[in-house]
Design a protein around this ligand. Sequence first.
Ligand code: NI
Length: 175
Amino acid sequence: MTLRNIITLPNPVLKRKARAVTKFDGSLRALIDDMVETMRDAPGVGLAAPQIGLSERIAVIEYFEKEEDEEKEDALKKVWAVINPEIIKASPEMVVGVEGCLSIPGLLGEVERHVEIQVKALNRYGTPVRIKAAGWLARIFQHEIDHLNGVLFTERAIRVWQPQEETAVDAEQEV
Ligand code: NI
């Protein structure tokens, strides 16, 4: 596995709509493994392929599957690799949360997101999967799918600001 370089603004790849993946082979799976390693190293809870300079519809996420697990000490995070993901259902209920992005260092913003979503995607083998997500996990999926459409959280934010210190940024906000 190899750590990939995370690109930042103003790299134009971040503003581009990424292309769909059509080939599910060993090199795709190696790329996904690199993305997971890069996300963990950052550290962050999500990473989209455009963030490593690849304009392809691939994202990885590592977070708690159930909202209640966020409070449990022994709960394990789950890893998702989603290819060509699409939001097929979104709750009308919205919630505001504070997000950051590995590609926009030193900035946080308040962003309104759907509380619950359903995502249709392909897994690393090209098999269709459906994922139901709520709360922070739903937020991460929405943030990553935005990346695949060239949309950054700063474009959706109600307000953005620079935190006083680097340490003020929580790793779970970095997607
Ligand atoms: Ni991001």
